[in-house]
Design a protein around this ligand. Structure first.
Ligand code: SF4
Length: 443
């Protein structure tokens, strides 16, 4: 049996796709071993979001070759899409697999082996390929990837170059898959994509609401149909852009019992000047209106976001605007990323790049504020009844807890000594306090 080792870099979509590849190898009789062990095939699912990600991708490819010089080293994903020329020259790489070809990876490897060994093996690849690059399940939830690519061209991002234009997955196929996963016992579904708000833009759907404003009917209908599938108890959405938040969208989501009021609205900066330099397609006023609208339709929704701190030219004043804005919007969570240069992007060529120290100092301020807001958001639940979907048992300070998330994606735990739930089950309890900064205690 051939041994194969995987290493993943980068975003969640990459992680999902790697899981799918692993599943595919497993189903075809391969033995998956940890990266670091000697294997016959190494697959590195690369990332190119920053120059550092490029470097790490190369390091892992070289490491793979050093672990077994006779192994087949496969470079898959974004790095090889954006710097194919360099990848082709890299002697540690045997096979290059672009994002769109990941589903055919076994076929590609099979052909490579045939050619390398010149073995005269005839006929079809004996391995079956997976048909979609879409979903994966962990213990309790399935991630359903419904869209790939992006046409937004934010000035700091390489994804439109590495993943290409928007492609939406066929609705029927998506629903079929959700149905099968629900029949298998999966209860929570996360609808995700590289730029989820663009889902359906390549479909013959009307994306204009009755009042003339933008409305994504394709995504709305997909969620509504998924919610009707027996066994689907929760639906969450991946990262969204503000434009998708409309009265019609929110009203229709609110009507679904299984919809989780957790909105990850990517902001990146609270300064209009910085947003313009980033080539983001909204301003802070529009963004704020959308958060107000969400709060009108849902009671205590979780609104989370991503922030890039220290973007080229970010002045003290612009940073302060962002800091004040985050506090004003009162996010449940803000993921703070220090700006990192990415070769091939417009932002990489911008003047006034900030120093590492400036970026870390500013990040530290935002992280501190974020922790305070998060605690406040979680305190709201004290004394309230909450239901979690149990994901795992975790030991904290020597005691076992059944841990899961509520609908707003707040982590909660039951002390296992008194409870007998198991992974994949729903449990209800009353919030009695904090287990730690990240987790509420249910009894
Ligand atoms: S929206 Fe912007 S940041 Fe997000 S994938 Fe597209 S170009 Fe990149």
């Amino acid at each position: 049996m051939k041994k194969v080792a995987f290493h993943n870099l980068g975003c969640k979509v990459n992680a999902y796709e790697m899981e799918l590849m692993q599943q595919n190898f497993r189903e075809n009789g391969f033995d998956i071993v940890p990266f670091g062990e000697r294997a016959d095939i190494y697959i590195i699912n690369t990332c190119t979001v920053t120059n550092i990600a490029d470097r790490k991708s190369r390091q892992m490819l070289h490491k793979a070759k050093s672990l077994n010089k006779d192994a087949i080293v496969v470079a898959a994903g974004c790095y090889v899409e954006t710097d194919r020329e360099r990848a082709l020259k890299d002697e540690s790489i045997d096979i290059i697999v672009g994002n769109k070809d990941k589903k055919d990876i076994l076929n590609i490897i099979w052909n490579y082996i045939r050619e390398r060994e010149d073995s005269g093996k005839e006929g079809e690849c004996p391995y079956s390929v997976y048909e979609t690059v879409s979903s994966l399940t962990d213990h309790t939830r399935a991630y359903i990837k419904v869209q790939d690519g992006c046409d937004q061209y934010c000035s700091y991002c390489i994804i439109p170059f590495s993943r290409g234009h928007v492609i939406s997955r066929n609705e029927e196929e998506t629903l079929k898959e959700i149905r099968e996963l629900a029949e298998d016992g999966c209860r929570e579904f996360v609808i995700t994509g590289i730029h989820l708000s663009s889902y359906g833009l390549d479909m013959p759907y009307n994306t204009v609401a009755k009042d003339g404003s933008y409305h994504n009917e394709a995504l709305t209908v997909l969620i509504e149909k998924a919610a009707l599938i027996p066994g689907v108890r929760r639906i969450r959405l991946g990262s969204l852009e503000p434009r998708i938040i409309t009265c019609e969208f929110l009203a229709r989501m609110r009507a679904l019992d299984c919809f989780c009021p957790h909105f990850h609205l990517s902001l990146q900066s609270g300064s209009n000047e910085v947003l313009k330099r980033m080539n983001r397609r909204y301003d802070v006023e529009e963004y704020e209106q959308k958060t107000e609208l969400i709060r009108k339709y849902f009671d205590h929704p979780a609104i989370t976001t991503d922030i890039i701190v220290g973007f080229p030219g970010e002045t003290e004043e612009e940073f302060k605007e962002t800091r004040d804005y985050l506090n004003r919007i009162d996010f449940y969570e803000a993921h703070i990323f220090a700006y990192s240069r990415r070769k091939g992007t417009v932002a990489d060529g911008m003047k006034d790049q900030l120093t590492r120290n400036q970026k870390s100092e500013r990040s530290a301020f935002l992280l501190k504020d974020s922790a305070i807001r998060k605690k406040r958001f979680m305190e709201y639940y004290m004394g309230r009844k909450e239901t979690i979907l149990v994901e795992e048992t975790v030991e904290i300070d020597g005691r076992p807890y059944l841990v899961g998330y509520n609908k707003e994606y707040v982590k909660c735990g039951f002390c296992k000594e008194g409870d007998t739930g198991s992974s994949g089950s729903f449990m209800e309890g009353t919030v009695k306090g904090f287990i730690n900064d990240d987790m509420l205690l249910l009894v």
